[in-house]
Ligand binder design. Structure first.
Ligand code: ADP
Ligand code: MG
Length: 247
């Protein structure tokens, strides 16, 4: 693999337990630059835990994780510095209700990254514009639809120019008619070359947008491949059963 193709995120033999029960078992993962990896699998299969381990929100029990070639599970690593290079969006839009959209977005760049207000606001307004929220900068979150709030959460994650974006079922809490606008944003980010790992129940979207699909079952990556391989010709009976149920 040439340097240009070296994975942005790599996991090797990652094991995670909660109180004695194994939640991730021997997980290997490589995410190439500018690609989208979709984690699919039943509720409880370990998707969120995998994302949380990648962002060092959870300590792993065994194995190792690299970000841009740096082993971030090395105990000497500055975990806050690592997290600053990774953007995260969760299912529930965790915007601060008492802050305007603009303040929600610029808080991280100003506090954590030391950007000036002017610089942070200029980037925030540019991103809002691009995501179709140009007129919402001064609004408060409760004035926005769920889809708009989730798009603001994405802008907030992008505001610090992350190397990698982790998206955990970001449309799961939305009314069906609002799902499309959020997925459209993710598609646009892919077109811009953003590297992403997303957990999703939107199989049509995963099939459409992901370069790599990982099917998790009981904390194991049971099957992986291109969308064509995993959806079109699943090799494992459990994958077939899952897809029959959900698609
Ligand atoms: P998914 O996102 O695929 O639904 P999760 O990663 O949330 O799966 O959960 C995987 C398993 O780990 C589940 O059995 C869940 O109950 C367990 N789990 C997740 N977080 C914790 C925690 N903080 N403490 C104990 N068990 C947990
Ligand atoms: Mg989850």
């Amino acid at each position: 693999m040439s340097d240009a193709e070296a994975p942005v995120l790599r996991m090797e033999s990652v094991r995670k337990t909660f109180g004695g029960s194994v939640v991730l078992r021997d997980v290997d993962l490589a995410v190439a630059p500018h690609t989208v990896t979709a984690l699919i699998g039943a509720s409880g299969s370990g998707k969120s835990t995998l994302l949380r381990c990648a962002n060092l929100l959870e300590d792993i029990d065994d194995g190792a994780i690299w970000l841009d070639g740096e082993e971030i599970t090395d105990p000497r690593v500055d975990q806050d510095a690592v997290r600053r290079r990774i953007g995260v969006v969760f299912q529930a839009y965790n915007l601060f209700p008492h802050m305007s959209v603009l303040d929600n977005i610029t808080l991280g760049p100003r506090r954590v990254h030391g950007a000036s207000r002017a610089e942070a606001e200029e980037r925030a307004r540019g991103l809002l514009e691009r995501l179709g929220l140009g007129d919402k900068a001064d609004a408060y979150p409760d004035r926005l639809s769920g889809g708009q709030q989730q798009r603001v959460a994405i802008v907030r994650a992008l505001a610090v120019r992350p190397r990698l974006l982790l998206l955990d079922e970001i449309t799961a809490a939305l009314d069906p008619e609002l799902v499309g606008e959020v997925l459209e944003v993710v598609r646009g980010l892919k077109d811009d070359g953003m590297t992403m790992v997303l957990a999703t129940h939107e199989m049509g979207f995963a099939r459409d947008v992901a370069d790599q699909i990982c099917f998790l079952d009981g904390g194991v990556v049971l099957e992986r491949g291109t969308a064509e391989q995993v959806f079109g010709d699943p090799q494992q009976e459990r994958t077939r059963r899952f897809l029959r149920r959900i698609v």
